[in-house]
Design a protein around this ligand. Structure first.
Ligand SMILES: [Zn+2]
Ligand SMILES: [Zn+2]
Length: 305
């Protein structure tokens, strides 16, 4: 099969728009959409810092690569890669090696934080005592805390994460079906700045997962594709199947789920309402007296002893 735009052979068939693209034209098509999304979500100027949350998986590596391509010495915008070591033996260390090496080779600032800063916790010690909660619940809360803390420390104006179209479409469907309108309203990108919380944005938000993988491969971006031993979000997997089968029957469904959400968001968003901001003793913004991470930390320490 030939590329629709040149004489080279196609590396992909984009089903939702019926085009065959070679590796050069696929990359161009991909980068154009990422740039468009970034322009839509954030405004960065000379002297600004942008953080990128990187685990070493394909989506976060592609995000890091794109951010470094868009923001660098040329426009005076500083990119900081932030990784979190959750303490998962055999899984996290090799992925962090990939990230560190990529940063070294490309002259990107690398920052690493670790769960062990939280009273020596690791996911390997948390998982066996997580009880009714999925280990992912703790992992997510601690990861967000450390990530936000580091992003704040480096003075990041925004924090980019690797969420792709599939992730966002699944989250929208999941919260909609469960009637969790509050959570639905809180899905990023965040448009209003809240004190202490670095706003997140998603450069790959309109990029299907398949295309993110293909882009990493044709661009020679290294990534780690191991599976987390504690990953067991049954509910999310269910929605993945639902969204995938809808997409299968009518290509373009994932886009329409996300763009419908974008049209509805201004109507359900409490984003703009001023909130009573409180801060936990650890420095994180929170709703109650203490943040969720500190609460979990205490609970877990009692169970682990
Ligand atoms: Zn071509
Ligand atoms: Zn706290």
């Amino acid at each position: 099969m030939k590329c629709d735009l040149c004489a080279d052979s196609a590396v992909t068939f984009v089903r939702y728009n019926g085009s065959h693209l070679c590796s050069f034209h696929f990359r161009e098509y991909f980068e154009r959409r990422v740039k468009k999304e970034v322009r839509k979500e954030v405004s960065l100027y000379k002297g600004d810092t942008v953080g990128v949350a990187v685990s070493g998986g394909k989506d976060s590596m592609v995000t890091l690569h794109m951010m470094h391509q868009l923001f660098n010495e040329k426009n005076g915008i500083r990119v900081v890669c932030i990784s979190i070591d959750e303490g998962i033996e055999g899984y996290r260390p090799p992925s962090l090696d990939i990230v560190r090496k990529y940063c070294e080779e490309n002259g990107i600032e690398y920052h690493q934080r670790s769960f062990s800063e939280l009273s020596g916790l690791t996911m390997d010690s948390i998982a066996p005592v997580s009880g009714e909660n999925s280990p992912c619940t703790y992992c997510g809360v601690f990861r967000r805390k450390l990530m936000n803390d580091e992003a704040r420390k480096v003075g990041a104006k925004y924090l980019a994460t690797g969420h792709n179209l599939d992730d966002v479409a699944q989250s929208v469907m999941m919260n909609f079906v469960r009637g969790d309108v509050d959570r639905l309203a809180r899905l990023g990108p965040h448009t209003k700045i809240r004190p202490g919380l670095i706003p997140r944005f998603y450069p790959l938000r309109m990029i299907p997962e398949k295309e993110s993988l293909l882009y990493a491969m044709v661009s020679g971006i290294p990534f780690w594709d191991g599976e987390c031993p504690y990953w067991s979000e049954a509910l999310r997997n269910e929605y993945r199947d639902v969204v995938d089968s809808l997409e299968d029957r009518s290509p373009g469904t994932k886009y329409s789920i996300v763009s419908s959400y974008d049209k509805l968001k201004p109507l359900l968003s409490k984003d703009g309402e001023p909130r009573d901001v409180k801060f936990c003793e650890c420095g994180e913004p929170c709703n109650g007296k203490r943040c969720k991470a500190c609460e979990y930390e205490d609970q877990l320490l009692k169970k682990i002893e």
